[in-house]
Write a protein that binds this ligand. Structure first.
Ligand SMILES: Nc1ncnc2c1ncn2[C@@H]1O[C@H](COP(=O)(O)OP(=O)(O)O)[C@@H](O)[C@H]1O
Ligand SMILES: [Mg+2]
Length: 271
């Protein structure tokens, strides 16, 4: 199957359901909008937030949208895509991102990171946002580093805004007694759920319209099948919708129907 042929067959300008979306072309589901609004507020308050949700629920996308909405001259965003970052860990990454050379000993690294944060705010007038993705993977000592970072000066305001992004397991990890000191500092907890059925339909139409196709391409029955199988999670919807499109193309049909949707579910989920 050639991508070009499939696109021209359905009147699409490019392959739909792509991963690379600019912030302005995102689908604004209720959950997405709410996550962005609440995270933006929390960052303004220099708070600590958790953003949780299942794999493919749109967490990283929601964070990117939030960051895109921040005034660039007034914020410095340090994004850690994966906490399993080398031996030196989060504090060293933070110091490096703020222009310093990380000290060797961990005990010296904590005050150094705190100083670098204070400088960023005082001298450059920039609020620092640290966003750690896949934070459910953080080891206990890494979480401890995060905690120290947020409580460098107990009496004064937090020196940074922090967003911990991860699978629902993250919330359970923070709830453990050993993490209580960090958990108590979390001022915002956002959980992304799958979209409602109507939103799943709008989501599919949105992605197709980004590729130049504004009239319906998926039947209502097909949307229902895809929504059910994906539980309204965007990444799963993308994968299923693409397979359904390919199945429709293969059978030379004009509209993705229930049959094509079911074939896609078997193809992707194996059921
Ligand atoms: N608001 C949205 N608008 C358009 N596409 C989205 C949106 N949210 C998620 N997606 C799609 O779903 C995929 C998975 O989202 P992502 O944020 O990577 O999930 P997570 O980080 O929760 O695993 C993205 O690559 C994107 O294609
Ligand atoms: Mg992600």
């Amino acid at each position: 199957m050639s991508v070009d042929r499939l696109c021209s067959y359905f009147g699409l300008t490019r392959m739909p359901f792509s991963k690379e979306l600019s912030p302005s072309s995102l689908f604004c589901s209720a959950g997405h909008n709410e996550a962005v609004a609440r995270l933006t507020w929390c960052i303004g308050e220099r708070g600590i937030a958790t953003l949780t949700g299942e794999v493919g629920s749109g967490k990283t996308v929601a964070l990117r949208a939030t960051v895109a909405g921040l005034e660039p001259s007034r914020h410095q965003v340090i994004y850690c895509p994966n906490p399993v970052i080398g031996g030196r860990g989060i504090l060293a990454a933070l110091v490096t991102a703020l222009g310093g050379t990380p000290r060797f000993h961990r005990s010296a690294l904590v005050p150094q990171a705190a100083e670098a944060l204070a400088l960023a705010e005082a001298e450059r007038g920039r609020r620092v946002l640290v966003a750690i993705d896949e934070a459910h993977l953080l080891a206990d000592d890494q979480l401890e580093d995060v905690r120290m970072l947020t409580s460098a000066e107990l009496d004064s305001k937090s020196p940074l805004a922090l967003v911990l992004i991860g699978q629902p397991l993250l919330r359970r990890r923070l709830a453990q007694t050993t993490m209580a000191a960090l958990d108590q500092r979390v001022s915002l907890r956002v959980q992304l759920e799958g979209m409602e059925r109507a939103e799943s339909g709008e989501y599919l139409r949105h992605h197709l319209s980004l590729c130049g196709r504004s009239d319906p391409l998926f039947s209502d029955d097909a949307v229902a099948v895809l929504h059910h199988a994906s539980r309204g999670l965007p990444r799963a919807l993308n994968n299923l919708a693409l397979q359904a499109l390919i199945a429709t193309f293969a059978e030379s049909k004009a509209i993705v129907d229930e049959r094509a949707a079911k074939m896609a579910v078997v193809e992707v989920n194996g059921e």
